[in-house]
Write a protein that binds this ligand. Structure first.
Ligand code: GLA
Length: 325
């Protein structure tokens, strides 16, 4: 083994300001990193094992090279093993490792604790080889997420986490994978509010991915479709799904412009519209999340609110004027 023997990595989670369920059809998303992290620290070893200890989730191990991912328990170690397996599939020999995992990210809240754990694991597994570029690293971890959980997620979480910068949102074109940093004006703030736990595994997430793929076989890429294309879809369900994606992509563009022109009332309205589009057309919300949005919108100073991420529960993202400190 060459180079480092001891290592510590700290990787944030993300919140999505606007642009949900657009990434897996190559659309636009606008996430931002949050100030909560996954930290892995430990040392490389000469044996063929990864041993990880979590203060809250016990101890878990897997042997190298990684085999039979599905048999690994608990679930969190599967994310780590899937990343190590992805690195190994590139012909890279991953050394043994023993260490601890700690996280200040709530699990199952929609702030991408799993993507954060994947990127942290990748940084350790790749510590002895030349740096991988952000897009390649994100794609590798997206693949690992699918292998570990079976959820056919898009690229948003992993790419926003590797390319995020404090004080900025990250506009991602999920077709070209171009990333543009959008400064957050000083006089507003985005807060996350936990509402209820959720998991995407076993949810209708995969069905939404399939419905969008079915729509694209009829009207072509959703990222370049127009609202009138929706009319050629035969079923009401597919029309509603398409309407969400097409309008959501347009809202991301309008939202970025509203930040640039400092029209924060408009930014808030776009977020709230996004929520109702997810709820009514994409049907990834539920009564509890809808009620939480309505309640928070009734609070003085709140400009807009929406469910963030994959949905079916999780967190809201709330826009408000910055509170004086
Ligand atoms: C989850 C997925 C992302 C994205 C969002 C919805 O967070 O991991 O790829 O599809 O849901 O926008």
């Amino acid at each position: 083994m060459s180079g480092v023997d001891e290592i510590a990595v700290r990787v944030p989670g993300r919140i999505n300001l606007i642009g949900d369920h657009t990434d897996y059809t190559g659309g636009l998303v606008l996430p931002m990193i949050v100030d909560r992290h996954t930290t892995i620290r430990g040392r490389f070893t000469s044996d063929k094992w990864w041993h990880l200890e979590s203060a809250t989730h016990g101890t878990a191990s897997f042997s190298l090279p990684v085999r039979d991912l599905a048999s690994l328990e608990p679930m969190w170690i599967r994310y780590c093993a899937a990343v190590v397996a992805a690195v190994e599939s590139l012909g890279i020999t991953v050394p043994g490792f023993t260490g601890t995992v700690t996280s200040t990210l709530p699990i199952g809240a929609g702030l991408s604790s799993s993507a954060s754990l994947e990127i942290a694991t990748a940084r350790i597994a790749l510590a002895h080889v030349a740096a991988m570029d952000d897009v390649q690293l994100a794609l590798m971890c997206q693949r690992a997420e699918l292998d570990a959980s079976g959820v056919p997620c898009g690229i948003m979480d992993q790419l926003s986490i590797v390319s995020g910068k404090e004080g900025h949102a990250t506009l991602i074109d999920c077709h070209s994978l171009d990333v543009t940093r959008i400064p957050i004006p000083d006089d507003i703030q985005f807060e996350d509010r936990f509402v209820m736990p959720r998991t995407l595994a076993g949810s209708e997430y995969a069905e939404r991915v399939e419905q969008c793929a079915a729509i694209e076989t009829i009207i072509g890429p959703l990222r370049s479709a127009s609202p009138t294309d929706v009319d050629s879809l035969e079923t009401e369900v597919l029309r509603r799904r398409a309407r969400h994606v097409i309008s959501e992509n347009a809202r991301v563009v309008a939202f970025v412009e509203s930040l640039r022109t400092r029209d924060f009332e408009l930014a808030g309205r776009l977020m709230t519209e996004s929520h109702w589009s997810l709820s009514r057309d994409f049907e990834t919300s539920n009564d509890t999340m809808d009620r939480a949005v309505s309640d928070v919108l009734a609070t003085p100073g709140v400009l807009g609110a929406r469910m963030t991420g994959g949905g079916f529960g999780g967190c809201l993202v709330v826009l408000r004027h910055r509170r004086s400190q």
